[in-house]
Design a protein around this ligand. Sequence first.
Ligand SMILES: [Zn+2]
Length: 179
Amino acid sequence: MIFPSDHPDYLDQPKGIKQVFLECGLWPNKGLVMQCKSTCEVGMTDCCACCLIGNQPDFKKQQSLVQEVIEAAGHKCIFLLKSHYELNFIEFFWGAVKCYLADHYNYTFDTLKENMLKALAAVEVSTICKWEHWMQRWMHAYREGLGAKEAQFKVCKFSSTKYTSHHHIPNQVAAVFDT
Ligand SMILES: [Zn+2]
């Protein structure tokens, strides 16, 4: 939101969150911090300006631009849980790429650029499939209602006892993943 032309001092300037609230009559007399220092308390809707604006009906309804663009192109946009890298196997891919780059680095930007495509190509498709299967096992464990620790224990136990090949999943396991 920007100031309209009848504010010559602020023409085309962003209004800012406080001005928007003042105009809507939502700015509390006691004032508000812009954002809570740590995470906002669960259930609070007006602990800070960011929380208050995030809880306005029009803000809640607004999708992100990324989501709008993805869905306009006919795709689904699925947000993964925050801080659960184990459910996002591209994280393992980036990790492997970074390892490759670190192993082939001579502290020059040219070498880094040269090695980037090699690093991306160095990750075998079979390895990516392994990560995808690993992620499926995490999802299965969470669907059973397990917490993070129990799920990790189950996934690790499963990997070491039943599933040792990167290239093949036993049929009974594939059936579990399909459910
Ligand atoms: Zn807050």
